[in-house]
Design a binder for this molecule. Structure first.
Ligand code: ADP
Ligand code: GLC
Length: 490
């Protein structure tokens, strides 16, 4: 039986990889998990699409002799692809970029084009084809989110009959159950399943749909999501997003592993974007950086008010609508400034734009995606808000803890597992945690956080507690290694 110390061959399939292609935390996790697995000696290879925005030079990606201009057959469609092999930036882990301009030369990573399902079926098929060409037999095929979720079914239907893949076990990690890769059953031929079309989930088909994520849930040897609490949540009607029955049926193989943090990227001791660095004993530097940042944003020109912030995809998941009522109310009654960074749905962007107009010198909104600005928010804010409706894990609250920035979060998913509500009597806890998904609850949380911040003893305690927390990949990655070993042994 393999143990965690054996060298394993692991193939990771992810639709985004930081810093090459990123819309959210999946990119950070795919990169950091690969980096960890490589560092501890496994033969891990990370596959991802070569979108036109990917900086190939950054990954030192080169064509591989014999693996250029290959046919990529996706059901009745035939594309042409090449493999570019490189290294994950900030690591030397092998990175395999699937270069297929017909599928990936688009204005954004994800699209609502009619061939969106084909773009990721093509990615999945290409990954199998590359393994075949290289005669590389992964023991573990670790698929992330819906984009790679057909791989377990493909393995059980066709590739699994090949000796190369006879020992391959599959793991599906659900990062975001809100995105399922649903397409019309009219495109069933695109799956190229032949007679194995009977393996498709029949109820969805009868309803005229094919759901990529559901097939990963049905056919993966094991399923994880990115926190223990969320693993329980997604089996409920409230959080399952229609997947709850399929997940309940597979509860024996479903578990939650909290994401780690890549502290090479997110640590105030060496953050590459900061002018000066700090640790728990040098919080004066944090205060000085805050002054620089607020001056730059023309915030808080009078005095030194607490600064609260948010960095987020602006999607329904993130609970921005709770702020509609709560933020103006608290801004009217308390002295603090607020900075937001994000982009996404128009209604949320409009809300922040209007809020900044209504509270000049107190609210700043930067619309867009900006890694440097995100680091500055984490480093300089006193409070960080995450009032999510659901949050499989969430990374920013864990980044906040390391930077001495007090997280104010809703008790759901990974937020519940990584932030502990502060107890004034015992001085334990790392943030402010609220339960109900409504505006009064957020208002209470913000007021509570401002009260705690105003008290030097509680503020110091909260910061010290949070900065000590360790969510490193050395710990979290070991949980994946143990799971891989169990799968191989089974
Ligand atoms: P999700 O994956 O649901 O978006 P996470 O908290 O897991 O949420 O991860 C979000 C990641 O994306 C973090 O690294 C965060 O800093 C980053 N991020 C989100 N929005 C922006 C933005 N507008 N600019 C820069 N980074 C962003
Ligand atoms: C998702 C989730 C987020 C999680 C990230 C990485 O997009 O929304 O909570 O941290 O994936 O796993």
């Amino acid at each position: 039986m393999p143990s965690v110390t054996d060298k394993l061959s692991i193939c990771l399939l992810a639709s985004e990889v930081a810093p090459l292609s990123k819309t959210g935390g999946l990119a950070d996790v795919a990169a950091a998990l690969t980096k960890h697995l490589h560092a501890v000696g496994h033969d891990v290879r990370l596959f991802t699409p070569c979108y036109s925005s990917v900086d190939r030079a950054l990954a030192n990606a080169q064509p591989v002799a014999g693996l250029t201009a290959l046919p990529l057959v996706v059901g009745p469609h035939t594309y042409v692809f090449s493999l570019l092999q490189g290294r994950l930036p900030a690591s030397s882990a092998p990175l395999y970029l699937i270069d297929c301009p017909q599928l990936y030369a688009r204005a954004s990573l994800y699209t609502s084009d009619p061939d969106e399902h084909l773009r990721f079926l093509g990615f999945t098929r290409a990954a199998f084809a590359v393994c075949q060409h290289l005669a590389w037999a992964p023991q573990i095929l670790h698929c992330h989110d819906w984009h790679a979720a057909f791989a377990p079914l493909f393995l059980k239907s066709s590739y699994g009959k090949e000796p190369l893949f006879a020992g391959t076990r599959t793991l599906l990690t659900i990062h975001n159950i809100g995105y399922q890769g649903i397409f019309s059953a009219a495109h069933v031929a695109d799956l190229g399943l032949g007679k194995d079309v009977s393996m498709l989930q029949q109820d969805d088909l009868a309803a005229g749909q094919i759901n990529a994520l559901r097939h990963g849930i049905l056919y993966a040897d094991a399923i994880t999501t990115v926190s223990p609490t969320h693993a329980l949540e997604i089996m409920t009607d409230e959080y399952g997003m229609g997947m709850q029955d399929s997940l309940r049926a597979r509860r024996e193989v479903l578990s939650g592993i909290l994401n780690g943090v890549d502290y090479d990227e997110w640590d105030p001791r060496h953050d590459r974007y900061l002018l000066q660095h700090f640790d728990p004993n040098h919080l004066k530097v944090k205060a000085a950086l805050k002054r620089v940042f607020m001056k730059r944003l023309e915030l808080g020109v009078r005095g030194d008010p607490p600064l609260a912030g948010i960095v987020s995809r602006l999607a329904a998941q993130k609970g921005i609508e709770l702020m509609y009522e709560a933020l103006p109310k608290v801004l009217e009654t308390r002295d603090f400034a607020f900075v937001a960074l994000g982009s996404g749905e128009a209604q949320y962007e409009e809300f922040f734009t209007t809020l900044a107009q209504r509270f000049p010198g107190r609210v700043f909104f930067r619309r867009g995606y900006d890694d440097e600005f995100a680091h500055w928010i984490e480093a300089t804010c006193d409070l960080f808000l995450m009032p999510s409706r659901y949050e499989p894990c969430g990374l920013n609250q864990m980044y906040s803890l390391r930077y001495g920035t007090i997280p104010v979060v809703r008790r759901t998913g990974g937020l519940a597992d990584s932030v502990e509500h502060y107890n004034r009597d015992t001085g334990t806890g790392t943030g402010v945690v609220f339960n109900d998904f409504d505006a009064p609850a957020l208002e209470w949380a913000l007021n509570t956080a401002l009260d705690l911040y105003a008290d030097p003893v509680h503020r110091a305690r909260l910061r010290a507690n949070g900065m000590q927390r360790d969510f490193s990949w050395a710990r979290q990655g070991a949980l994946y290694e143990a799971l891989y070993a169990r799968l191989i042994a089974a």
